[in-house]
Design a protein around this ligand. Sequence first.
Ligand code: SF4
Length: 357
Amino acid sequence: MQEARVPVATGRKRTRRVGRAGPTAAIADAAGLRRRLLAWYARARRDLPWRRCRDPYRVWVSEVMLQQTQVERVKEFFARFMERFPTVHALARAPEAAVLKHWEGLGYYRRARQLHAAAKVVVAEHGGAFPKTVAALEGLPGVGRYTAGAIASIALDVPAPIVEANSRRVFARLAGHDRPVGGAGDEPIWDVAAALVPRRGAGAFNQAVMDLGAMVCTPTRPRCDACPVATHCAACRSGRAEEIPVVAPRRKPTRLRETAVVARHRDRVLVERRGPGEWWEGLWDFPRESGPRPAGKRLGRVAYTVTHHHVACTVVERRAATPGKPTATRRWVSVAALATLAMTAPGRRIAALLADG
Ligand code: SF4
């Protein structure tokens, strides 16, 4: 066993025994790697709106938006969201419907509900100031290991590692990790990240790794010839960059059929709010029926994918003799007023069929 000094996530330099199987054993000269990566980042970093200051609230909102959503799309939404909810207090005070409305188009609405819930906790229990440790941040609704590490390192300069899609790929390649990643398979990658994150400047280092993954160490055709850390990289050395990371086979999607019913009474249509445990909880949509033979005038078809399900949805219209009374989860609204509701993605597409028709 060789002995090596490695900075770890606690922020204290400590001597630890690292054998050939240690997380960074395959990475040549970790200190040189950090230096080269940070020098590259200083000249090549992406100019992203949430990076213009280190306010933990902005970092948190941007990181939550970036989960499952492309950077270019987040840019538009981030500016609008910040204008409407400029502080954690403003977000905590806002009605849930307003938060969901400003999230519309980003998808995965659970993130918005948890963001809202966490803002309330930050205000009620921490006086509006974000907790300063990874463990305390992870106590907030919807804040997992990655988001806590991002807020802590980027906004608070805590030496916390982070692993998301880009950094996972970079770390796996740097370490030559050729076993499947994802879920429990990410644990060794977290170990690499924790071993490499520097004691000071963790935020810049973490963002540099993510930028490298986005711009150079891309999923296909990584540009090893232009990579600032190629000399430190095990995958590059062994010519296996494109084979790493190894991804476990995806679950086969389930195919479903359903009917969306546009119930009309005069110029109004019926919408329902999705309940707890349903996809798109809290958002509005048209009622659904299952079964192969929909009754009513056919308006069109909407196909969508949600959590491993491919859904073929036939849209039909039916006349309602009398509208029922509105409730918290059922409303009759004009087609024009649909634009003001926070709707599910398929609901919005069905609404577009009505506007076109
Ligand atoms: Fe990625 Fe290639 Fe750079 Fe290694 S050398 S980190 S595989 S781009």
